[in-house]
Design a protein around this ligand. Structure first.
Ligand SMILES: *[C@@H]1O[C@H](CO)[C@@H](O)[C@H](O)[C@H]1NC(C)=O
Ligand SMILES: *[C@@H]1O[C@H](CO)[C@@H](O)[C@H](O)[C@H]1NC(C)=O
Ligand SMILES: *[C@@H]1O[C@H](CO)[C@@H](O)[C@H](O)[C@H]1NC(C)=O
Ligand SMILES: *[C@@H]1O[C@H](CO)[C@@H](O)[C@H](O)[C@H]1NC(C)=O
Ligand SMILES: [Fe+2]
Length: 472
């Protein structure tokens, strides 16, 4: 049941007054806001194997688990992936533009398969469609030769500084009844997300005995209703590692890398865990919390080369995705992102990253614009300080997985933390132009249009004025 919250959808005067008090208190003591909304903690349960959302599409060798992601650096290619189980079937994708539906084009791809302990996957197909026109609706058909299924997507506008674009943000989704609510809310949000920035932890199959990979299949069937129609940009989380030496599974990320292909070659990356894409007005850098990031490592060398390549006149909005947050004031996973922060934060400030999105902590939190780069062990400068060249850090690991909400917060709320609330939900980043982006966090208990936390973010390159909610 989605119990309505008192706060946003039906604003009671008493509650508004109370919120005002909290606001005042926040301003006076210059700390952030901890939502006073206390969630009754209830266990999140996975949807059963026979749930409607996991249904296998009918027909011999029907393609299932259809999903798309960006297939190149610029947004003119799409990787289409799907699974067949009866037999290998065709790798070909038939596609056509809405503008020219008589001209059907074909793209051929590859197929892979893997075993995990006593599980054997279906045939996993990956086909890249290239040279697409921008801003165009395409239909595509998979399952050629047996049962075919047709889907569609819309390509992004040409990369440029003032093209508006709307991203959805989802993390740590899993496959519970709450996950289903989150996805439904995302899909019915009137601010229509055009692509999802997914901050890691997909299926939570590893929470089952022997990492029961059947739960990778059910997850992919569950999210098909969104990801077959718009690209989800993937970040690897700890639940993608699937490292299980006790059952002989010692190759990290085996299920994830077989099932989810990303265009890492296109950004000169050497592994699918860190890469970048341009999409409309945004330059999105995906980082790997669970691959080596220290000095001399492949990821470190790549990021060092990558950041100077970002041309803010072309893509004003520099966004970084990672799984494990650097600034997190919940007790869960407190300080886990610290070692990576120490290595990369000076670069984020130097290159004026606008926004950093992370998951991992099953709750929502937004930081002020802060950095903590002055500390050098002996100088005692160990508290984050206000920094207008620094990004805002947002934790959005509240998709609704089986592990439940992180409700235990460190007290008092640190000054760097602007807003925190332990509720399931998703967010929307609506980039308007080179200077302004509207951000809203939507929790599942509210109506589709209600934002429990919202902000106007100003671009750090084009409009670097103060957009923080409180002074530190
Ligand atoms: C999941 O959500 C969809 C859309 O709201 C609904 O049709 C479906 O019945 C839900 N399934 C479960 C198992 O909750
Ligand atoms: C895999 O092994 C587990 C227990 O070891 C068993 O319950 C399960 O049915 C097996 N699955 C397959 C596909 O053989
Ligand atoms: C919350 O975290 C604190 C600090 O780690 C711990 O002492 C406390 O027991 C936790 N409370 C709950 C309810 O988990
Ligand atoms: C950018 O978008 C914001 C918000 O919609 C608007 O107020 C501002 O005027 C726009 N700037 C330009 C240059 O159009
Ligand atoms: Fe995680």
């Amino acid at each position: 049941m989605d119990a309505p919250r008192t706060r946003s959808s039906s604003f009671s005067p008493i509650f508004a007054g109370l919120l005002g008090l909290i606001f005042n208190a926040a301003v006076l003591c210059s700390g952030g806001i901890t939502s006073s909304f206390v969630r009754v903690s209830q266990k999140s349960v996975d949807m059963p194997l026979d749930a409607d959302v996991f249904r296998v599409p009918p027909g011999y060798n029907a393609p299932q688990q259809v999903h798309i992601t960006q297939g190149d650096h610029e947004g003119k290619a799409v990787i289409v992936s799907w699974v067949t189980v009866d037999e290998r079937g065709s790798n070909t994708v038939l596609y056509w533009s809405e503008k020219n539906s008589t001209k059907k084009l074909k793209a051929k791809g590859m197929v892979t398969k893997y075993k995990f302990y006593n599980y054997t996957s279906g045939y996993i197909h990956h086909t890249t469609i290239k040279n697409l026109q921008h801003n165009t609706k395409y239909y595509y058909e998979v399952g050629i030769g047996h049962t075919t299924r047709t889907f569609w997507f819309v390509t992004p506008p040409e990369v440029g500084p003032d093209v508006p674009y709307t991203f959805g943000l989802i993390g740590d989704l899993g496959q519970t009844f709450d996950s289903n609510r989150t996805l439904t809310h995302y899909q019915s949000n009137p601010s229509k997300g055009q692509a999802v920035l997914y901050v890691g932890d997909l299926s939570y199959a590893d929470d089952y005995p022997n990492h029961d990979n059947v739960r990778w299949d059910t997850w992919a069937r569950f999210v098909e209703r969104s990801v077959a129609y718009q690209p989800w940009i993937w970040t690897a989380g700890n639940h993608e590692i699937d490292f299980a030496p006790e059952i002989g599974e010692t190759k990290p990320f085996k299920p994830f890398t077989h099932r989810y292909h990303v265009p890492y070659n296109a950004s000169d990356s050497t592994a699918p865990f860190w890469y970048s894409i341009k999409r409309g007005p945004a330059y999105v850098i995906v980082l790997a919390s669970y691959s080596a990031y220290g000095k001399y490592t492949p990821q470190n060398l790549w990021l060092q080369e990558e950041l100077p390549k970002v041309n803010r006149s072309e893509t004003p909005w520099l966004i970084v995705l990672m799984h494990c947050p650097w600034y997190n004031s919940y007790v869960n996973h407190y300080m886990e992102g610290e070692t990576m922060r120490v290595v990369y934060e000076p670069w984020f400030v130097q290159y004026k990253v606008d926004l950093v999105f992370a998951g991992h902590v099953h709750a929502y939190e937004r930081s002020e614009r802060i950095s903590n780069i002055a500390y050098n062990i002996v100088n005692g400068l160990c508290s984050p300080v206000s920094d207008l060249s620094a990004p805002v850090y947002i934790t959005i690991g509240d998709g609704g997985n089986i592990e439940g909400l992180a409700t235990n917060m460190t007290e008092p709320q640190p000054k760097y933390s602007a807003y925190r609330e332990a509720s399931f939900g998703h967010a929307i980043l609506d980039i308007k132009n080179r200077t302004h982006a509207r951000f809203g966090w939507h929790c599942n208990q509210d109506g589709n249009a209600a934002e429990a936390d919202s902000m106007w973010f100003y671009n750090r390159h084009w409009h670097p004025v103060d957009d923080s909610s409180a002074k530190l």
